[in-house]
Write a protein that binds this ligand. Structure first.
Ligand code: FMN
Length: 315
């Protein structure tokens, strides 16, 4: 199946799905700083939606037409629910479906979802088939294995045999969480496996990639098709640009942008003002009195109070 994935530049750069981070607001902030080639939503539980409808998922699937291409990341372990939500995402205008098979949180694993899928490959394969009923290209984001790094060979081979559009590999096991460095050394073996089993499937690597320049190195060295960046945007929200670290002025200006987008979408996402506070440290840091300012911002109760505090800043 030919899809948008095949019309992207090489390497292409993807904004990682991050729960309670990459909602419609923060995706717009990242876009304003430097656009990725592909956006992912934070993950959405298919079973919850299937049982209780939109109220079970809050504003997770809200998107706007200028965020494209955009992939809805879904998770769960019930193929019927996966099929239903994938089809719903197609009607919402999503460009692709990604299935999360790597989340290490107990809340996902206990029902067999997230990284729990690694232990039930047959169900994982059924979930892929279910998502394909949407008619959208289906990708999978996973880890090397559950407990041991060596699991990658059978686990990834099985996924590649399902004819998926893209396989994103977070280069760690579930057990390793994010506590050890990503296993970049395995990239050539993973590419070799892909070439053997499913040459049409694109390989995206993920884990510890700082920014575009860093990702470009892996693409040149190993020939990966794409690079996914998550936490890199916390260190540098301009991670998808080719430029060096941003200035204090540009970061503070981006914070204003974040406040504005929050105000635009808060009534739809339903996310309280408090949830904005986790982002302040991205923008307010590394200058004299930054920690005092952050402290002041953490005591604010509205976006307008934040704007007033920023306005009082003597630079
Ligand atoms: C706050 C946070 C939330 C995350 N939520 C998700 C998620 O919803 N779906 C997912 O597949 N991965 C999620 N991840 C994992 C990231 O997508 C990514 O795989 C991981 O952070 C490693 O990449 P990085 O080093 O570029 O951040 C999350 C990570 C963080 C830090």
């Amino acid at each position: 199946m030919n899809s948008f994935w095949h019309n992207l530049p090489r390497p292409f750069f993807v904004l990682a799905p991050m729960e309670a981070v990459t909602d419609v607001v923060f995706r717009h902030v990242v876009s304003q700083a430097a656009r990725p080639d592909v956006y992912f939503t934070e993950f959405t539980n298919a079973t919850g939606w299937f049982r209780a409808g939109d109220k079970a998922i809050g504003g997770r699937l809200i998107k706007t037409d200028d965020e494209n291409p955009i992939v809805a990341q879904l998770w769960g372990s019930d193929p019927e629910a996966m099929a239903a939500l994938s089809q719903h995402c197609a009607t919402l205008g999503y460009d692709g479906i990604d299935i999360n098979m790597g989340c290490p949180d107990q809340s996902a694993i206990k029902g067999g979802g997230g990284a729990g899928m690694i232990r039930t490959p047959d169900v994982a394969h059924q979930m892929i088939a279910a998502a394909k009923t949407s008619g959208l290209p289906v990708s999978v984001k996973t880890r090397l294995g559950y407990t041991y790094v060596d699991e990658w060979q059978d686990w990834l081979r099985g996924l590649l045999e399902q004819d998926i559009a893209v396989l994103t590999v977070h280069l760690r096991t579930k057990k390793e969480m994010s506590k050890v460095p990503a296993h970049f050394e395995l990239i050539p073996n993973i590419i070799k496996l892909r070439d053997e089993v499913a040459p049409q499937t694109l390989i995206v690597i993920n884990g510890d990639v700082r920014d575009r320049a860093h990702g470009q190195e892996f693409a040149e060295k190993y020939g990966v098709d794409g690079v996914m960046i998550g936490r890199g945007v916390f260190t540098n929200p301009y991670a998808f640009s080719a430029n060096a670290m941003p200035t204090r002025e540009s970061l503070l200006s981006l914070l204003h942008t974040h406040l504005d987008y929050y105000d635009t979408y808060a009534h739809r996402t339903g996310r309280p003002f408090e949830t904005l506070k986790r982002f302040f440290k991205i923008y307010v840091r590394d200058f004299e009195c930054a920690s005092e300012l952050r402290d002041t911002l953490m005591h604010c109760n509205s976006t307008d109070e934040v704007r007033v505090a920023l306005g009082a800043l003597k630079i």
